[in-house]
Design a binder for this molecule. Structure first.
Ligand code: SF4
Length: 654
């Protein structure tokens, strides 16, 4: 391929492309083109021959806990989106040598294998060995979550120290979301001062276009979904969209570049890993892109656009075979935001999975839409290997559900739960959220009541964290309910998390001050809870809907699932949570007829160090001696009792 000098390209007489000049003193589109050409000329001496696609660690060294890493507490997902880019690059540019470096995986591996592990040293070493000594022509980084922002900045800074003249680019969900708002865009551009190329939205098509321009096969005017820091430090944005259409998404990610076999050795994938043997190999697959719904708190459509683009069942099945037969994968998590979007296609996929008998299981940790959980679909899903899913419910209040545009009504959720309760092999959980604008104690209590009536296996409860560039954020800002504090936005913003400040796996330190047993008592139920009261309610819901409910479980398959999950909670996720320890012991007693003395010892240590937890324990009639004696209370169903005794509470059970 011959490299054409960009400066020599003539502007066409076609309508001008939608280039936005973000710098006041740049007068013309022609001048913008000239500046970008100049930038590309100075950035790329030759055609791109060796390209590095990099995923930063999930966090910086400041937040990294080596002990957590060694007990496999952190997630370790494949760099799936980079694998898709790599597959496209291989298809269109067979001469380009493409590498994917998953620094999150590399750091976790180093923390596990190196007794003298130190985060900054390890990261520097890995970047040197895997990237900077390999003569890259271009390094492009991805960032999915805004909570990874600081880590992305750190990796870019390290790369710039080692690669003085190699151009750096960034893309992914976080970068795309940041560009949707002027302030977040400014923050991003300023923080990433060594990056010159910012890729927005799904990049398979626009990145190929970018390489075409760099390698002299196309004109600068054809660039799309890209912002370029020009030579005069202004930002020139090519807003034209090049979204991969249906025909472009039947592609198998380059799993051979993604450390696929090793990921689960050093971290976890999805929410259901506890239900598989400890040496099971996990990976991920993306089937449908986007979501049919438009929940007001969700940022998925900022990246994927409105609606769903469906990948062919044949292509999905082909990828599953690659994972099973070439990489020995035992379990996959679907990355989809609307996995069950098309009932007929879902049934077709499940039917093929049953016939192929791949010996793989799967889960939907990102959640499915309750209305799709029909009897035939869930029966086929269970037979086809589904072992876990979450349904997105958020609220049991009809008003709140309408306000947040949740796809589904209270009746939809109750019907879905009725189906799922009969699919005992599927561990069925529910996403709940509290703290919506104007949401009262009474409305949150409706959520508790409906969730209790649904009687599914676990609830992942979150306090609303409104994300910039979502409808709920804009309306709360307009009403003065929140301030535009972008620095505090460091929560999940991608397909995983969807903006939830989820606390399922963590007990925040401020809860040490909570008194949650009576979170709903002595309250004006028409009042809106304060932030502190939301923390009380969160703890109340977590205890009653999750832990206390275990006293009433009688089904052997469910007891087995819950025991696996509690073992993971008390052993890996939150080893100092007294409820997790206590109920692990309770379920161990049901499963094995005895309780490990180590659980009793752990519980005593935590209780001895915390008057708060001792009080909570006493309030609920729990005692460490139960573990020693192997005798546990029969349990009190506080929620049903409360509902029965307080007929004036506006519950859905009345
Ligand atoms: S929260 Fe879930 S259902 Fe709602 S728009 Fe986002 S992905 Fe779709």
């Amino acid at each position: 391929m011959k490299k054409i000098k960009h400066r020599e390209l003539a502007l066409t007489s076609e309508p001008p492309p939608p280039i936005v000049d973000l710098c006041d003193n740049l007068a013309t589109r022609k001048e913008c083109i000239r500046l970008v050409e100049s930038k590309l000329d100075t950035s790329f001496d030759t055609v791109v021959r060796r390209l590095f696609l990099v995923m930063p660690p999930d966090m910086t060294g400041k937040d990294f806990d080596v002990e957590k890493a060694r007990r496999r507490r952190y997630r370790n997902y494949p760099a799936y989106g980079l694998g898709l880019l790599a597959a496209k690059i291989r298809q269109f540019f067979p001469d380009i040598e493409v590498h994917v470096v998953n620094l999150n995986h590399e750091i976790l591996k180093s923390a596990n294998n190196d007794g003298n592990f130190e985060f900054a040293n390890s990261l520097n070493q890995i970047i040197t060995n895997r990237i900077s000594t390999k003569n890259p022509c271009f390094v492009a980084l991805t960032c999915m979550f805004s909570q990874t922002h600081d880590s992305l900045v750190n990796v870019c800074n390290v790369l710039r120290q080692r690669l003085k003249n190699v151009p750096l680019g960034v893309g992914g969900v976080h970068v795309t979301n940041s560009f949707a708002n002027e302030q977040t865009r400014k923050n991003l551009i300023n923080d990433l001062k060594f990056c010159d190329f910012f890729f927005r939205y799904e990049g398979e098509e626009s990145f190929i276009q970018f390489l075409d321009v760099i390698n002299g096969n196309d004109k600068v005017e054809s660039l799309a979904q890209l912002a370029c820091r020009a030579t005069n430090n202004s930002l020139i944005e090519f807003k034209r969209k090049l979204v991969p259409e249906k025909k472009h998404i039947n592609i198998i990610t380059a799993h051979d570049l993604l450390d696929t076999k090793d990921l689960s050795k050093f971290g976890n994938i999805g929410s259901f890993y506890c239900h598989k043997p400890v040496d099971a190999k996990f990976s991920t697959v993306l089937s449908n892109r986007g979501c049919r719904a438009q929940c007001s708190f969700c940022s998925v459509r900022n990246f994927n656009g409105v609606g769903v683009r469906r990948r062919s069942v044949e292509s999905v099945l082909e990828e599953l075979k690659v994972l099973r037969y070439e990489h020995d994968i035992d379990h996959i998590m679907w990355l989809d935001d609307d996995f069950l979007y098309d009932r007929a296609e879902s049934l077709k996929l499940f039917d093929l999975l049953i016939k192929e008998n791949l010996g793989m299981t799967w889960d939907c940790s990102n959640g499915v839409i309750a209305a799709s959980c029909k009897e035939d679909v869930m029966s086929a899903a269970e037979e086809a290997g589904c072992i876990g899913l979450l349904i997105g419910m958020e609220s049991g209040s009809r008003r709140v559900l309408r306000e947040i545009k949740k796809p589904g009504t209270v009746d939809t959720f109750l019907r879905a739960a009725e189906v799922l309760r009969t699919k005992t092999k599927i561990n069925s959980r529910v996403f709940l959220m509290i703290g919506f604008p104007g949401e009262t104690f009474s409305e949150i209590y409706e959520t508790v009541s409906v969730a209790s009536q649904m009687n599914l296996d676990w609830h992942q409860i979150a306090v609303l964290q409104p994300l910039p560039n979502t409808p709920i954020y804009e309306s709360m800002l307009a009403e003065g309910l929140i301030e535009a504090d972008f620095d505090s936005i460091r929560w999940n913003t991608g397909s995983i998390g969807k903006g939830k400040n989820s606390r399922d796996d963590d007990i925040p330190s401020d809860l040490q001050a909570c008194d949650f047993k009576d979170a709903f008592r002595l309250k004006d139920m028409s009042a809106i809870p304060s932030r502190r009261e939301l923390d009380d309610i969160w703890a109340y819901m977590n205890f009653h809907l999750n832990f206390n409910k275990l006293f009433f479980e009688r089904r052997s398959e469910k007891l087995r699932q819950q025991y696996n999950y509690l073992l993971s909670l008390s052993g890996v996720v939150v080893p100092e949570n007294v409820f997790a320890i206590y109920f692990t012991a309770y379920l161990q007693m049901q499963a094995e007829g005895k309780v490990d003395s180590s659980l009793y010892e752990n519980l005593k240590v935590v209780l001895n160090s915390s008057a708060y937890w001792r009080d909570r324990f006493a309030e609920f009639g729990l005692h460490p001696e139960h573990l020693l004696e192997g005798k546990f209370p029969a349990g009190i169903d506080y929620i049903r009792d409360a509902i029965a005794s307080e007929a004036d509470l506006p519950t859905q059970l009345e």
